[in-house]
Design a protein around this ligand. Structure first.
Ligand SMILES: [Zn+2]
Length: 544
């Protein structure tokens, strides 16, 4: 296929609202109907469609008959960069019209959390995953715009027990109070209102916060064992849509999710250690992660080592990586596209090493200095402005725009998205590939025919993908159905057969059937269900 110049370039000037994401996916699908179809994974809690792009060369077969690779972004509300990275891959797949689209299908869900993302992109307010705040808890502060500037920032108020003071080195920053600090002291709260406030200082910030990347089925644990877990695995509507989609696709062989935390290529495991996984699988995941790292510059971490402080691992229960490996048997990855600190030259390792509040404050000063020196920039900080709060009296509202500090600069994002696209192509090109070769029909007697075909996996990966996948029921072994055409009789003792899993590149099976019949030159239809390696249907004829 030759390059397509009709595909609009993706704009990296600002994060997208839901309407802009909708316009973008619509424009990709309508510019390239032969390669791209837009549908919906289902509705979000607030009723938005969760857009799904299905990208493949439709002339070479149906999507469900090809090996499938899934990309999702923006599961976490504030991680808007993930939407851009996912859309970038979609845009490039369509404009480059790579040959890989003949053999595989890409499913792309650019914004898995459209409600949360809309809240963040329009207000910059804090929400991890779910926006719904029904069943509020008394004395709890819920984010909201209190001064009609359409933004949800931070509130500060002088208070004798305040934990912060203005940084003498950079007056835009607030630093932690210490024993010998001099006032005035401030308490700092998210901008918003306190539900059923009793007038005391015991204001809670917890509400009920969900983390949709703790809602997956493998090793799910309830609160308080795992913060943000939800009520039960896939209790969250959007996660259920995604899980149902994933489980309906037996052709799925690779998954990549986009997040924005300190820059990293993340791989399983999310709990325990590498020794809990198959050794060969760990090696393959590490090798793939290195490829991701080479293309993007993001450092590699097993999830359990990410945010690791002083060698203490952090187990994440109900996490996507463990689900992907243990329940799907796949090599799954999440790319943390970075935070603004990474763009400012403060590495992920340095961010994790900052243990004391002084360390972190020093990094914030570095960030501000770097920001001041940038020529083109979006505002990341709003000066504090006095506001009369209906409950707290006079407060100041201002501080950081979380949506711009939670990801890399848009310039860096574009460069990293290019790298993740290359990684995806490399990972995806290893797909299992079931083919039928050497199909041959011989006449061996009067109206008696011998049919032979070779069924092979010529892709790099075995059909069970990982060693873990070998024994998982959802990774289906290769199954062959033999359907004699009308008037044709099967003479062999077996028609349909199971081939088991096929290894990569050189693993093949020669199959043979004998049939008799004279009514038709069409002898049989052979259907191969190759699981992750794709499906084939073919009618074989006698030469008459
Ligand atoms: Zn995330």
């Amino acid at each position: 296929m030759s390059k397509n110049t009709k595909i609009p370039e993706l704009s990296f000037h600002a994060f997208f609202t839901y309407q802009e994401v909708t316009d973008c996916v619509n424009s990709l699908a309508s510019a390239c109907p032969e390669l791209c179809k837009l549908s919906s994974l289902g509705k979000s809690r607030e009723g938005r469609d969760i857009h799904l792009l299905t990208i493949t060369n439709n002339k070479t077969g149906l999507p469900e008959d090809k090996s499938a690779y899934l990309i999702h972004g923006n599961i976490h509300a504030g991680e808007l960069s993930g939407t851009h990275a996912a859309l970038y891959t979609a845009q490039r797949l369509l404009s480059d019209r790579i040959n890989l689209l003949n053999d595989i299908v890409f499913y792309i869900v650019p914004r898995l959390n459209p409600d949360g993302a809309e809240f963040v992109v329009t207000t910059s307010g804090p929400v991890r995953s779910r926006t719904d705040r029904s069943n509020p808890i008394p004395n709890t502060l819920y984010p909201g715009d209190m001064n009609d500037d359409d933004l949800i920032l931070s509130m500060r108020q002088e208070h004798p027990e305040g934990s912060f003071l203005i940084d003498p080195q950079d007056s835009r920053l607030l630093i932690r109070r210490k024993v010998d600090s001099k006032g005035p002291f401030y308490r700092v709260l998210p901008e918003g209102e306190i539900y059923q406030w009793d007038g005391t200082d015991k204001i809670s910030m917890d509400g009920r916060s969900f983390d949709w990347n703790r809602n997956w089925s493998y090793d799910w644990r309830p609160e308080p064992e795992q913060h943000g877990a939800g009520d039960f695995p896939f209790s969250e509507t959007e996660m259920r849509h995604m899980a149902e989609f994933i489980h309906s696709k037996s052709n799925l062989f690779g998954v990549l999710g986009y997040h924005t935390g300190p820059a990293a290529v993340l791989r399983p495991p999310s709990t325990g250690s590498d020794s809990d996984l198959n050794e060969a699988d760990v090696k393959e995941m590490e090798d793939l992660a290195r490829i991701g790292s080479e293309h993007t510059g993001l450092p590699v971490f097993p999830v359990v080592k990410y945010h690791n402080k002083r060698g203490r691992d952090i187990n994440l229960r109900g996490h996507f990586h463990n689900f992907g490996y243990h329940h799907l048997g796949l090599f799954v990855f999440e790319f943390e596209l970075g935070v603004l600190m990474n763009s400012a030259g403060i590495s992920t390792e340095q961010q994790f090493e900052a243990e004391t509040s002084e360390d972190r404050e020093e990094q914030m000063r570095q960030l501000m200095k770097w920001w001041d020196a940038q020529e083109e920039k979006v505002p990341i900080y709003m000066p504090w402005k006095i506001c009369q709060h209906p409950q707290l009296g006079e407060v100041e509202i201002g501080g950081f725009l979380r949506k711009h500090t939670a990801g890399p600069t848009l310039t860096d994002l574009k460069r990293i998205s290019e790298g993740t696209y290359k990684f995806t192509l490399e990972h995806a090109s290893k797909h299992p590939h079931i083919i039928m070769e050497d199909a041959k029909v011989d006449t061996v007697g009067e109206n008696i025919y011998r049919i032979r075909v070779r069924i092979a996996n010529r892709g790099e990966y075995p059909t069970h993908i990982s060693s873990k996948g070998r024994n998982l029921r959802r990774l289906r072994p290769v199954r062959v159905e033999f359907h004699p055409c009308e008037g044709i009789k099967l003479l062999s003792s077996q028609g349909h057969c199971n081939l088991g899993h096929l290894g990569g590149i050189t693993h093949s099976n020669m199959l043979e059937w004998f049939v008799s019949g004279s009514e038709s030159d069409k002898l049989c239809e052979i259907k191969i269900f190759g699981g992750t390696g794709g499906n084939i249907r073919k009618v074989l004829k006698a030469e008459k």
